[in-house]
Design a protein around this ligand. Structure first.
Ligand code: HEM
Ligand code: FES
Length: 433
């Protein structure tokens, strides 16, 4: 699509927002999250020079010159560009870039391996098309819990998926607890996937998950034209072997003592412990079989329902505005541009914020900025309660009978965080005037 922008000084991100183009901008345009990045296809000479912040980021992350940060760049003539970050998964994976590109760095990480059991049997009894479909669904539903809990998907090996927690975070307890939440989220996700696949394919997928905490060398490895994030090290092998032990021990999730030591023991539901000799190792390690974790993310159920909720963003938005205006008719006057394109922006923002809640650092600044901008739209602090009530009602309307008490609570927590941060930004703006 083509848009025309007049006046000077507006950044490329400002122009997207003004034209209601959904454009990821987790930090609200502060040059921190890099989710607003775009690829310039034509007209680069019309762009402002990179700011210092952008230059630093581009160098550290090894971007080629066609990549620019939309929130740091303005244009003085025609340009053509494309957005790069178009999904939560893409936004989450940006964490991998914080790792030194060429040299590789040593990091302390929680390392998770998950493997599909009896994959060979599945491949033998289904057509190639079906196997590819099943594998793609498998990687999708098992990848989401990794991304939503602060991890990145490091790589796939055949039917195995590897998640890393702590690439951009030195809080080891948080990395281990993210990995635990992801492991339990994956165990649940596989049950739901099995319900979905049972009818059409008659398959029952089983997984084993191993989690270990330790050192890994992380870097980009491969032919210069095709480099992939790769991790190597003794502890990486240990994580993979712990996963292999799940089969022997008949456990779904096995973790090492190194992980358990970084979590509050009372938060773990341990079904068995054992000393085991892992393949290729000289010493026994203590392994714990886990079937629950009493420290679930307060956002987990909200995150899980967001896909269904925003399946048709226009239906959701229409219902939401109808609910809000029924509760407080005078609010309709604030939406001078109507609510149709506004609903698309709201849904987009809601999706990106809810899925980014574990990347809180950037999302917090982004929400405060959004709150500040809302002062300019005429939004008062006491409007927020109406918005919250209308949002909860709409979520209930759309989810219908599937709305459990726990899900309502998770949404309530989620909205408290989002609206709380927006109000903080708005409050600061009101005080400034
Ligand atoms: C979950 C919280 C909210 C989110 C994610 C959100 C999101 C957005 C977004 C993305 C925009 C487009 C412009 C921009 O990016 O700055 C916008 C505009 C707007 N929002 Fe919100 N908003 C939220 C809460 C509220 C609340 C509490 C109100 C109060 C009624 C409100 C009223 C408005 C209005 C009046 C506009 C401008 C509409 C226009 O230009 O016609 N929003 N919002
Ligand atoms: S870096 Fe541009 S929005 Fe965050």
């Amino acid at each position: 699509m083509t848009v025309e922008a007049s006046g000077t000084g507006a950044t490329l991100l400002d122009i997207s927002i003004a034209h209601k183009i959904t454009h990821w901008h987790e930090c609200g345009g502060h040059g921190r999250c890099t989710t607003c990045r775009v690829r310039i296809l034509d007209g680069a000479s019309h762009l402002s020079a990179p700011t210092r912040r952008e230059t630093e980021l581009a160098q550290a992350r090894g971007w080629d010159p066609t990549i620019r940060l939309a929130c740091q760049t303005s244009a003085s003539g025609n340009i053509s560009l494309e957005r790069i970050v178009l999904s939560e998964a893409a936004a989450s994976q940006l964490r991998a870039e914080t790792v030194g590109r060429e040299a590789g760095t040593e990091r302390q990480l929680a390392i998770l391996f998950c493997d599909m059991r009896d994959f060979t049997a599945l491949a033998d009894t289904n057509s190639a098309f079906d196997v590819v479909h099943i594998l793609n669904r498998f990687f999708e539903v098992l990848g989401d819990p990794i991304l939503l809990n602060g991890g990145i998907i490091s790589h796939y090996v055949g039917d195995q998926i590897c998640g890393l927690f702590g690439l951009d975070d030195d809080d080891h307890a948080r990395s281990c607890s993210g990995a635990m939440r992801a492991a339990l989220g994956m165990a649940e996700a596989i049950d739901r996937l099995n319900e979905e696949l049972a009818g059409s394919f008659g398959v029952l997928l089983k997984i084993g998950i191993g989690v270990h905490f330790g050192n890994a060398i992380v870097g980009e490895v491969g032919h210069p034209t095709l480099r992939r994030l790769t991790i190597v090290g003794d502890d990486v092998n240990t994580a993979s072997r712990i996963e292999a032990m799940t089969k022997e021990m008949g456990a779904k999730i096995l973790i090492s003592r190194a992980v358990a030591d970084r979590l509050a023991e009372a938060s773990l539901s341990i079904t068995a412990t054992t000393m085991a000799r892992l393949r290729g190792k000289r010493h026994d390690v203590e392994l714990l079989a886990i079937d629950g974790f009493s420290d679930p993310s307060p956002f987990a159920l909200a995150q899980r329902s967001i896909g269904r909720l925003l399946n048709d963003p226009s239906v959701f938005a229409e219902q939401f505005y109808a609910n809000m205006f029924a509760m407080r008719p005078e609010l309709e006057g604030l939406f001078s541009n109507g609510t149709v394109s506004q609903g698309a922006m709201l849904s987009h923002m809601l999706r990106s914020v809810v899925s980014g809640l574990e990347r809180r650092k950037h999302v917090t600044i982004g929400l405060q900025t959004l709150g500040r901008k809302h002062v300019g739209y005429g939004v008062e602090l006491d409007h927020y309660d109406t918005f919250r009530a209308a949002m909860l009602k709409t979520i209930g309307d759309v989810m219908g009978g599937d709305m459990t008490h726990e899900m309502a609570e998770s949404w309530s927590n989620t909205l408290d965080v989002i609206l709380g941060q927006m109000k903080e930004g708005a409050g600061a703006e009101f005080r400034r005037h």
